[in-house]
Design a protein around this ligand. Structure first.
Ligand code: NDP
Ligand code: ZN
Length: 351
């Protein structure tokens, strides 16, 4: 089969590989819609996972089942399914402990384009199919469905980790597709005021559509100062970080109230340490929690989040600014995610 791969640092291209073997609990899919992610950019152009060679990229998509192992109960060839970016080993102790993202090792629930070949290929191997894929409801298009792999669950995970509650004021730093879904997640969980941080007009407009009440730009100065101005010095209950760098934590802790939560879903592709300001952290006694998490994958999460789209509580179409047809457009899509032109939120490619 052919696949679009990271050949080495800063190098991508098409390669040939053996079609994956299907174990008794596995499924083999062919892609119907796929989407490149900023995480692919961190991997290829920042070397965030190290210098990988001939690793097929991609972890977002919708596929059609072509083959299943003899122990797979609920899926059959021809089914259209959502492919979660994270496909844990469900028998692992970490999964039983509630952190399936780290089944059998830190971040090891993240298999596609990390622990094994990704979805930008003629064939996609899914481990533990019954636990990891979900039927795409007929009300959802394949392009919309591709946003369920990663953008929706990651953004919503940011809101979950922040434990957003009714009436709260929430700051969302970064409003690319992930941050926009964090805005939507915070809104669904009942935030009253959502202050969103980004510089591109198209993202600001989408953020308002998803429930942001205020927009500020990190290019207009320190985020914490701008947020303090907007909140009469009070700051915010929760912060969700979906963009920026290792330095963004300093601004987040500077503006969150005592007892607040800073929830990070940003993939920190570079830098060795994050900085937590001592005084703003209450000299170590401010009850400010800083947490960060990989999105939860698996079938249940996909089924529940897809319900939000099926019943029209969530529309991902504002994210889909660039639509392509044909495998050959993958590189174009990846470069768009790297360069982030003014009119881009997220590309999707139908095969
Ligand atoms: P984008 O690059 O599209 O969005 C990043 C956002 O951050 C933009 O709004 C950008 O503003 C803003 N930004 C850039 N620099 C700064 C800064 N210095 N301070 C504040 N804001 C800034 O990324 P995505 O939305 O696609 O992804 C966001 C992150 O989430 C990525 O790191 C990605 O790898 C990660 N991720 C994490 C996952 C998880 O499971 N935890 C899963 C999937 C992705 P603008 O462009 O408007 O100037
Ligand atoms: Zn991703």
């Amino acid at each position: 089969m052919k696949g679009f791969a990271m050949l080495g640092l800063n190098k991508v291209g098409w390669i040939e590989k053996e079609k994956p073997a299907v174990g008794p609990m596995d499924a083999l899919l062919r892609p119907l819609a796929i989407s490149p992610c900023t995480s692919d950019v961190h991997t290829v152009y920042e070397g965030a996972l190290g210098d990988r060679h001939n690793l097929i990229l991609g972890h977002e998509g919708v596929g059609e089942v072509v083959e299943v192992g003899n122990l797979v109960k609920d899926f059959k060839p021809g089914d259209k399914v959502i492919i979660p970016a994270i496909t844990p080993d469900w028998e692992a102790v970490e999964s039983q402990n509630g952190f399936s993202q780290h089944s059998n090792g830190m971040l090891n629930g993240w298999k596609f384009s990390n622990a094994k070949d990704g979805v930008f290929a003629d064939f996609i191997h899914v481990n533990e199919a019954d636990g990891n894929i979900a039927i795409l409801p007929p009300e959802i298009t394949i392009e919309e469905g591709a946003m369920l792999s990663d953008m929706v669950p990651t953004g919503f995970h940011g809101a979950d980790l922040a434990e957003v509650a009714f009436g709260e004021t929430v700051l969302v730093i970064g409003i690319g597709p992930v941050g926009l879904m964090a805005v939507a997640g915070a809104n669904h969980r009942g935030a009253a005021r959502i202050i969103a941080v980004g510089s591109r007009e198209i993202c600001a407009k989408a953020a308002k559509g998803y429930g942001a009440t205020d927009i500020i730009s990190y290019k207009n100065g320190d985020i914490a100062t701008q947020v303090k101005d907007l909140t009469k010095g009070k700051g915010v209950d929760k912060v969700i970080i979906a963009g920026g760098t290792v330095d963004t934590f300093e601004e987040a802790v500077n503006v969150v109230r005592p007892g607040g939560i800073v929830s990070n879903i940003n993939y920190l592709g570079s830098g060795d340490y994050i900085k937590i300001p001592r005084v703003a952290w209450g000299l170590g006694m401010g009850h400010i929690r800083v947490v960060g998490g990989l999105m939860p994958g698996g079938r249940k999460n996909m089924e529940y989040l897809s319900n939000l789209m099926k019943y029209k509580k969530l529309d991902v179409n504002p994210l889909l600014t660039h639509r392509f047809k044909g495998f050959e457009n993958i590189e174009k899509g990846l470069l768009l995610m790297k360069d982030k032109p003014k009119d881009l939120i997220k590309p999707v490619i139908t095969i």
